[in-house]
Ligand binder design. Structure first.
Ligand code: PLP
Length: 391
């Protein structure tokens, strides 16, 4: 039997993540400095780990409600009200998930019929396109541009809308560019969603990580949006809890119920220990989040000034922990550039095309890396760029 032929056509039809492919090359090479993986270099704060340990000591090792622990849902409701000025009912409008990753998967599966179109902006997080495809949807990518600071223009959204459009997917601050969206443009997009009756999925996993005192304006701030929107958020980034695998979706009861139907069969519930830790994170984690945010801001500033000094154009990211320098002057594809940088200088960064067509000609550098390592990586990038220019 040829086992490969027995894999579903749909799964055969999706590529492996470009990030993963690239990082398999780096595995086991201690000499490489990685600016690659989109993950905080900080460990989850101690008080959060302690809450998890204590929960295990108490023997809290069972399943929880499918929706998640009620106390966690109440904490989420409080946190979201404070940060997004939007109220959700913990009993019917909040679903605790295994990361935003799971929330994305079940949201698309809950919403899409075959051929339904999902409009989203590229460059973007690697899972959007395959998750839409696996849910039998049609992915419609809008290419954002460095000239627009990688923000999403309402005119481009309007041009992408067809009678088959069902969902608009947003992610600000954006992985991989660090872009934040201007409020006036977001307001116009919100009006389009209402006018064309679109459901909105907004992945705001980086909303705490903002720099230069920037304000984050969620699409939820605008009239007519809350009732058509799934807000996704999680603990991986701001709380440095990637390995806890915890996120949540807030949405009107019908949407929450639909996602819960898939979640209960696919996942049953999110892990109890992580849920207990997450309550501690939401209730008492703000000072640690701020400490890490300040460290990222400092590193971002170092990175930007070093790239400026080496004459590498780099869009100034307003949030998240990624920089997206422009490498088009070298006449290499982003993959060639990243491969040569890895081979010649032992620095790993992700080729921009891993995040969609609009990322070609750019490189994603994650600065959630300690300052000494970051500084050495930048020395090496400067040497590499200097050499490329003199070739
Ligand atoms: N959404 C975005 C924009 C991300 O960058 C990531 C991870 O890099 C995720 C979702 C996945 O997050 P989680 O760890 O909560 O599954």
């Amino acid at each position: 039997m040829n086992i490969s032929e027995r894999i579903s056509k749909r799964v055969q039809g999706i590529p492996r993540s470009g990030i993963r492919d690239f990082f398999e090359l780096v595995q086991g090479r201690d000499d490489v400095i990685s600016l690659g993986v989109g993950e905080p270099d900080f460990c989850a704060p101690w008080h959060i780990r302690e809450a998890a340990i204590y929960s295990l000591e108490k023997g809290e090792t069972s399943y929880t409600s499918n929706l998640g622990l009620m106390n966690l849902r109440k904490s989420i409701a409080g946190y979201v009200e404070k940060h997004f000025h939007t109220q959700y009912d913990p009993a019917r409008e909040i679903l605790v998930t295994v990361g935003v990753s799971e929330a994305l998967d079940i949201a698309f599966r809950a919403l899409l019929n075959p051929g339904d179109e999902v409009i989203y902006h590229e460059p973007c997080y690697v899972s959007y396109n395959p998750s839409i495809y696996l849910a039998y949807g049609q992915a419609v990518a809008i290419q954002t541009k460095v000239e627009d600071n990688f923000s999403l223009r309402a005119a481009d959204v309007e041009a992408a809308i067809t009678p088959k459009s069902r969902v608009l997917m947003l992610n600000f601050p954006t992985n991989p560019t660090g872009a934040i969206q201007p409020a006036d443009e977001m307001e116009k997009i919100a009006a389009l969603c209402v006018k064309h009756d679109l459901i909105v999925i907004t992945d705001e996993i980086y909303s705490e990580l903002l720099y230069d005192r920037a304000e984050h304006t969620s699409i939820l701030a605008f009239p007519g949006i809350r009732e058509r929107t799934i807000l996704m958020h999680g603990f991986s980034k701001a709380f440095a809890m990637t390995g806890f695998r915890l996120g949540y979706a807030c949405a009107p009861p019908e949407l929450t119920e639909a996602m819960m139907k898939i979640h209960q069969y696919a996942m049953l519930c999110a892990p109890m220990t992580s849920q207990v830790a997450a309550i501690e994170a939401l209730e008492n984690g703000a000072p640690e989040v701020e400490r890490m945010r300040k460290a990222y801001e400092r590193r971002r500033n170092i990175l930007l000034s070093r790239m400026d000094a080496m004459g590498l154009p780099c869009f100034k990211p307003g949030g998240a922990f990624y920089a997206f320098p422009d490498i088009r002057e070298f006449g290499l594809t982003s993959k060639q550039f990243a491969m040569q940088l890895l081979e010649e200088e032992d620095v790993a960064a992700v080729p921009g095309d891993a995040f969609g067509k609009a990322g070609e000609g750019f490189l994603r550098c994650c600065y959630a890396t300690d300052e000494t390592q970051l500084s050495t990586a930048l020395d090496r990038i400067a040497d590499f760029v200097g050499r490329l220019r003199s070739r």
